[in-house]
Design a protein around this ligand. Sequence first.
Ligand SMILES: [Zn+2]
Length: 341
Amino acid sequence: MALFDNFKEKVKILGIKSHHLPALAAPFLIATSLFSCQPRYDTVKIGMCSDVHLPTMHDSEYRIQTFIDSMKTAQPDFIIELGDFGTPAEKYAHLFDIWNSFSGDKFHVIGNHEMDGGYSKQEAIAYRKMKNSFYSFDKNRFHFIVLDGNDPRNNSDKGYKQFIGEKQIDWLKQDLAGAKHPVVIFSHQGLTTYPGGEGDDYGLENGSEIRDILEQYNLQNPKTRVVACFNGHTHYDFAENINGIWFITINSMAYQWMGEEFTHIRYSTEVDKNFKWIKYTAPHKEPLFTIVEISTAGFIKIHGKQTEWEGPSPWELGYPEALKKYVRPQISERNLSFKLD
Ligand SMILES: [Zn+2]
């Protein structure tokens, strides 16, 4: 009994709930607790948010401060935002300062809206003190890859991009070849496509090419395989498994984009005068964000957070019912499993 208590204690220290461990793992962990203080599994805890859209909302200071305060308490191994955070304009600097007040490791993903207002990608990268728009890092014996889905398809490609260019693909292949730990990928635009409210598809145009590269890598490297890819961009709440890899869309901190057809004044006319995009959104009353725990024991735990729509729901305004599969004012609690051989 004492041993079992010890096992539960260890699991608690690791931040893992014992019911998430496979039944077979329990005797092994008890055995290791007899002979060693080394945990059997590696676990990483990530504070995550996406599509914060600082310039869009009138209460962005409250939203980003709520996230950072929560992270200061939760103390994840790092925090990351999955893109569409804000532009380098001086009027948003105090909001970036709130993000930067988190003293632990923090990472950005470049979304399509960081360059709004005529800023270049280089400016967005420099403002965030990033070494590059795509990069990788190791943490707690996991390998993390951040992709940049804003490459032009060709020289005449104008407007918002959803593409990963040749140079970045070469880099990705090289980076994967050197990976020593299980891999987790972050990108703003998803590696799978989803239907949008205004008829467009959201996601990387060459997502299937990237998925093929990941699947090939997984076949050759089952011990350090790609277990999950996290993305934002759609403001959806969704997860699906394609050929053994989890593709997880983290909902926006702030709102669902509705578009002009569904214009609705949600706050005051004063707010709408100063924040001209809000009337095209269905805002989340409270900011959405999550803690994600990933363990080599074979699970991904996404902590749930739920709020309400500010004003009428998308469905009350006639937003396409087919999108009910993806659109809700929450990040769903999920326990996803994977296998490392
Ligand atoms: Zn986006």
